[in-house]
Ligand binder design. Structure first.
Ligand code: 8OZ
Length: 363
């Protein structure tokens, strides 16, 4: 019988169970956008997950949009990630790097030479980001020229190569939450008149070319994708026809034989029924492992896998506060409560000090 606890091979990656640690931004990177040494323990503690998806990691300096997020584009970063992936592998875990470009969700103080962030559009998002000066409005972006797209795609390819050099089992491309790829996908944001704007085929072009480049570099069986078809995160207004848009995208991606697709159902970290969307119809366009996310409780997750509605379930905030979430799911044990004040930035507190079932809770 197939359960949440049964093994699964996704593409080229063998997983011990179907419980996934979702990508989680924690803003604790060291100078140089290098993951901190604390991150070694943080991820090692969670290595009983069938798969860990790393926190979002920018593919290039211009891909950064928040203070103290790690990158995956230079040798120093690769060396630091190597220590993390080695620790996870030593515990029998598997880990992929989430490849991220924020597009317009950034601030000039975080950009190379204080330049404007780049996007599909020159229109500013109505949202804030976190900088060394606290929460500030995101900056007005500059629309990428068509002739700049090949270099952008090359930076995804380079980051994918860096991820494999760093010992990751693969990557997940961040195509969700209103960041660069969704700034191209949605007609509520993309106002281009070149071949990357307008029709659904044109708006999905960047995603498809990025996925082709990454899969071409490291193999489709080591490449996953995160989508969030209706989330309003980061001022991503609804597309006029998200069902047709995302079904077209998955149809285009089918030949790549991707390792998995992770779908955020509803509003990221919010209501699951935020906007109507037929996720089963979307899934019918994809021939590989289907990972669901957003607000899954134990019974929901057990049912999703047992009924075949999903192959894998990713948990975000529950994994932050329960390093041994897999055991707690297995034994139907209670979950620790999350401390929201330690989510973003800081040190060990709220990061590596959440207790397991074996540890007495210390004050
Ligand atoms: C929370 C804070 C900053 C970034 C996402 C990468 O929503 C993020 C993120 C989440 O995908």
């Amino acid at each position: 019988m197939r359960t949440l606890f049964s093994p699964l091979r996704v593409g080229e990656i063998d997983l011990a169970n179907r419980i996934v640690m979702a990508p989680l931004t924690r803003n604790r990177a060291a100078p140089g956008q290098v993951p901190s040494t604390l991150a070694i323990d943080y991820y090692r503690q969670r290595a009983t997950a069938g798969l860990i998806i790393s926190e979002a990691t920018q593919i290039s300096p211009a891909g950064q949009g928040y203070l103290d997020t790690p990158g995956i584009y230079n040798a120093e970063q690769v060396a630091a990630w190597q220590r993390i992936t080695a620790a996870v592998h030593a515990e029998g875990g598997r880990m992929v790097a989430q490849l991220w470009h924020v597009g317009r969700i950034s601030h000039v103080s975080l950009q190379p030479e204080g330049q404007a962030p780049v996007s599909s559009t020159a229109r500013r998002a109505d949202t804030k980001t976190f900088t060394s000066n606290g929460f500030v409005d995101v900056s007005t972006p500059r629309a990428l020229r068509t002739d700049e797209i090949p270099a952008l795609i090359a930076s995804y390819r380079h980051a994918a190569r860096c991820a494999l050099d760093a010992g990751f089992d693969g990557v997940e491309v961040h195509g969700a939450n209103g960041y660069l790829i969704e700034q191209f996908l949605r007609d509520s944001i993309n106002d281009r008149s070149d071949e990357y704007g307008g029709s659904i085929a044109n708006r999905t072009r960047l995603l498809v070319e990025v996925m082709q480049a990454v899969a071409g570099e490291i193999g489709g069986g080591r490449t996953g994708l995160r989508l969030s078809p209706v989330t309003p995160a980061n001022d991503a207004a609804q597309d006029s026809n998200p069902q047709a848009l995302f079904e077209h995208a998955l149809t285009q991606l089918a030949p790549l034989q991707l390792a998995f697709i992770e779908v955020v159902e509803g509003q990221t970290a919010g209501p699951r029924d935020f906007a109507p969307f037929d996720y089963a119809a979307l899934r019918s366009r994809f021939n590989g492992p289907w990972m669901v996310n957003n607000g899954y409780q134990r019974q929901m997750a057990l049912d999703a896998v047992a009924t075949g509605a999903a192959d894998l379930v990713s948990f975000g905030r529950p994994f932050i506060c329960n390093p041994d979430l897999v055991r707690r799911l297995r034994e139907n044990a209670a979950w620790n409560a999350l401390d929201p004040s330690t989510l973003y930035g800081g040190g060990a507190k709220g990061y590596t000090d959440y207790p397991t079932l074996d540890e007495p809770v210390t004050a």
